[in-house]
Design a binder for this molecule. Structure first.
Ligand code: SAH
Length: 243
């Protein structure tokens, strides 16, 4: 998969895209990154990227023509990607969006700065994405979040290290609790069933704990969840245990 990042601050990406999972995936040609400096498309001697807002007010607005020239360059050199613009008012990024993006061969991420990009950019992009209800100073941190969540869903990127299948949000539930050695820590014991070696019992325990955690911590996720017969019986037990 190819990620093209359009940014005014390319050096932000140097270290995060050169470590661990992403680094290994790049070395194996599973991931490719094109980092485009929007400033390279400025035409005046000062290489201006922003300007004062029409109508007045604080801050500066990123110019649309530079973004457009940068996009034309990307289209020419790599073919037209799917363009995602980061804004706080876009659709909130989720595991579902991550899965959808992981099936797109070439995704371009447009990072805003200052007060954001001139509104006319919307006619050039395919979608707007937000990573949550807060305001960042730039889209770069959002790009790193998306790259991290999407990359690990691309076949072979995680290798055998983990499977994204039964992870949190995968099926609309949170993941079950995990434990490792030691068996006892400060008087707290690992649940006995996990030491039993009985795979069916372990599976059932994990499923039930996954349901319990979701009910307690993210009841909103339960509204969309489709329980099986077994799930329904676990949910009844959990409710009884809570009384
Ligand atoms: N004035 C704007 C905020 C601009 S923040 C407003 O109030 O809506 C500057 C840039 O940071 C944005 O253009 C966007 O690219 C990025 N950004 C800020 N918050 C974000 C969020 N929650 N998700 C994704 N990108 C965000």
């Amino acid at each position: 998969m190819i990620f093209t990042i359009l940014t005014l601050f390319p050096s932000i990406f140097e270290s995060p895209l050169n470590e661990t999972l992403i680094k290994k995936a790049r070395d194996r040609d599973l991931l490719q990154f094109n980092i485009i400096n929007i400033r390279d498309f400025a035409t005046d001697i000062h290489r201006t990227c922003d300007d004062a807002p029409f109508g007045g007010g604080a801050g500066m607005v990123m110019k649309v023509e530079l973004m457009h020239s940068a996009m034309e360059h990307v289209n020419r050199v790599y073919g037209r990607p799917r363009y995602v613009l980061f804004t706080p008012h876009g659709r909130t990024f989720s595991q579902e969006t991550a899965a959808r993006f992981s099936r797109i061969p070439h995704l371009a991420l447009l990072c805003g700065r200052y007060e954001g990009v001139d509104e006319r950019i919307l006619s050039l992009v395919d979608e707007e994405v937000s990573i949550g209800d807060y305001v960042l100073s730039g889209g770069e941190a959002a790009a790193l979040v998306i790259i991290d969540a999407v990359s690990r869903l691309i076949p072979d990127v995680l290798g055998n290290e983990a499977s994204p299948v039964d992870e949190s949000f995968g099926e609309g539930l949170l993941e079950y609790p995990q434990y490792t050695r030691p068996r006892e820590f400060m008087g707290m014991e690992v649940p006995g069933v996990l030491l039993s070696g009985n795979h069916e019992e372990i599976r059932k325990w994990r499923r039930k704990e996954s349901l319990r955690r979701t009910i307690l911590k993210r009841p909103d996720l339960m509204e969309r969840f489709q329980p099986t017969k077994e799930d329904a019986s676990f949910i009844r037990q959990i409710m009884e245990e809570m009384e």
